[in-house]
Design a protein around this ligand. Structure first.
Ligand code: COA
Length: 321
């Protein structure tokens, strides 16, 4: 059995912070941010939470899939910004939807999280263990960044995207490549709260997200094209047959560089990062849902989804829509 996407959804916080807004917080400018990243604005959570955004995106995807909450066997939320360490965001979404039969859990693979969720769900569906899965990428990165650090706070935004995968005779996920390199974990990381264990107390302040931007940039532009080529090769599909390459929305220059390395026209690389920034695990499902809603995807279209992020983690999947 193949795993096919039957419905998509997304949810963004109401408040939009443009580059002008950020230039009042840190020493930066609209010109610098736009030139180096392509980002002009991002949505930031004020009243919204990771769970409420996830639930909003999940409800839309479920409604559009034609399935009921009670049909769901599996519910995975990919996030690095769960509102609660426990329970998982997935369990809270399960409660909000009333998906009482679903096995619900979170996964942490940073910006590659949605692709990891697809990888897991596809294996369950292909093996016949589960039939219907709801996958959500949901983040409030605004809670992790240091709002005094101009090199990171300008990059990220909040939001959630979701997709329902169901067992199908044809189409769906055709091939995948997923990888991790823990040896490079410190390139992009966020330490947790100080340890209060009386045997080993740490007096450090709670951690914020820290990043070696140049190293991540170079990792992304080298790794993503190789990963995409490998994924296409597994399915015997050529680059020319792919309608859209949906890449993790981190930086416009990364996407343009990948397009050049794959020798494919930039028009095949849709972007929403100018309005959303980098929403980590939510980035790919938001972009997919927006394309779906614009009517840009027809049954039979071939799409590549590819992402990279902290861990380091990366991956790609080839979908027949
Ligand atoms: N506004 C103005 N100046 C800034 C700035 C900001 N927001 N952030 C950094 N600068 C300054 C630096 O201090 C540096 O100044 P200096 O030359 O006086 O030291 C200068 O701009 C260049 O900094 P640098 O870090 O070399 O810029 P860059 O061209 O590499 O762009 C990133 C920085 C972060 C935009 C880029 O490296 C990037 O996008 N990397 C990938 C990050 C990413 O995608 N992370 C998420 C992965 S999932």
């Amino acid at each position: 059995m193949n795993a096919r996407i039957m419905g998509t959804g997304w949810k963004l916080p109401v408040f939009q912070a443009d580059n002008e807004f950020l230039s009042k917080l840190v020493d930066t400018s609209d010109e610098w941010i736009t030139e180096r990243t392509g980002i002009r604005s991002r949505h930031l959570a004020r009243d919204e939470t990771t769970a409420s955004l996830a639930e909003g995106a999940a409800k839309e995807a479920l409604a559009r899939s034609g399935l009921k909450a009670s049909d769901l066997d599996l519910l995975i939320v990919a996030t690095i910004t769960s509102d609660t360490d426990t329970p998982s965001t997935a369990c809270r979404v399960q409660a909000g939807l009333g998906a009482s039969k679903a096995v619900a859990f979170d996964i942490n693979a940073a910006c590659s999280g949605f692709l990891y969720a697809v990888h897991i769900a596809e294996a369950f569906i292909r093996s016949g263990i589960y039939k219907n899965a709801l996958l959500v990428g949901a983040e409030t990165l605004s809670r992790l960044v240091d709002w005094k650090d101009r090199s990171t706070c300008i990059l990220f935004g909040d939001g959630a995207g979701a997709a329902v995968l169901t067992a199908s005779e044809e189409g769906g996920i055709l091939s995948q490549t997923i990888a991790s390199n823990g040896a490079k974990w410190s390139t992009l990381s966020c330490m947790g709260r100080p340890n209060q264990n009386p045997l080993n107390p740490e007096k450090t302040a709670p951690g914020y997200l820290t990043m070696d931007g140049r190293e991540i940039f170079s990792f992304a532009v080298k790794t993503v094209p190789v990963c995409v080529e490998e994924t296409l090769e597994k399915a015997g599909v050529s680059k020319e047959e792919v309608k859209y390459f949906l890449l993790h929305q981190a930086n416009q220059r990364i996407i343009q560089s990948v397009a050049r390395r794959l020798a494919q026209p930039e028009e095949k690389f849709p972007m929403n990062l100018d309005q959303c920034g980098n929403t980590s695990a939510a980035s790919l499902p938001i972009l997919l849902a927006q394309l779906d809603r614009q009517g840009s995807l027809q049954r039979g279209d071939k799409l590549i989804l590819s992402g990279f992020g902290a861990g380091l983690t990366w991956g790609a999947c080839l979908i027949e829509w």
